[in-house]
Design a binder for this molecule. Sequence first.
Ligand code: ADE
Ligand code: ZN
Length: 330
Amino acid sequence: MKTWLRDLPKVELHLHIEGSLEPELMFTLAERNGVSLPYATVDEARAAYDFKDLQSFLDLYYQGMGVLHTEQDFFDLAMDYFSRAAAEGVVHVELSFDPQAHMSRGVALSVPFAGLERAMREAENRWDMTSALIMSFLRDRSADEAMAVLEQAAPYHAQIAAVGLDSAELGNPPSKFAAVFERAKALGLPRVAHAGEEGPATYILEALDVLDVCRIDHGVACLQDEALVARLRDVQMPLTVCPLSNVRLKVVETMTAHPLPAMLDKGLKVTINSDDPAYFGGGVLDNFIACADAFDWDRETFKALAANAIDVAFMPEPRRAELQQRLASG
Ligand code: ADE
Ligand code: ZN
């Protein structure tokens, strides 16, 4: 099953590129840029990745990305992830990044855009891996700041597939960003948002009704509200679920307790993703394998999940048709 899952053409829709920073590269970049780390060794860093909730993870995630300074750093970060993803059978990835977390450290907005864009082109040339970029806003910072970043990013709007919303969810409802997302919509930019990870089902409703998103990141809290589940099913709203992340951040107790099987039974448009692979115990293949171990799903179930991701990805139609064909004939 593991070899078969590796060879399955997989599309990853929910991946924070800063969350793919492995400790080995963190140490390399720290040395390159003269940044001091709170860990003496790679093993010590990994040992610190023991989280009690989303915030305890975010604290280390923002600290870790402090080693990223130059365009080359962002290029190296993305290439490190792409090379691992290629070996895992990932054929298309939608990577999000957090510009505010870099700008607040004095890194110009142009720097991540240039480095990530160069790596995306290189990944396509090297591995035929296509990709799309999602520019995410930090929901625990002000809406005014997000609006300013959206405007400042005007030269790059053609480079992004969508805008997103992430970081600390509780107390930062989607409605806080109504004006920002309205502006993004007016600019013709598709919208996605984290909702219902640690936050309640009402945040998912707000993401739909106020932000007019075309995808919900996580969304596992939808099961608290049967009417919402019916709505998500009826419109086949894509949910980018990240099972290993949910276990590591104590959103669920164990993999076997994860609501993914219930979500599938209810007819929801579910996809499987890694979120922050360097921090949560592996990439998208590891997430598929963890599901195989926990749920005893057959190949058709995994194929349906992989097909869901291809269906809703930001990609040109010929590429979508090619990947669906590859999946069907595998
Ligand atoms: N930023 C990176 N990973 C995140 C997650 N799982 N939830 C919210 N914000 C994030
Ligand atoms: Zn996420």
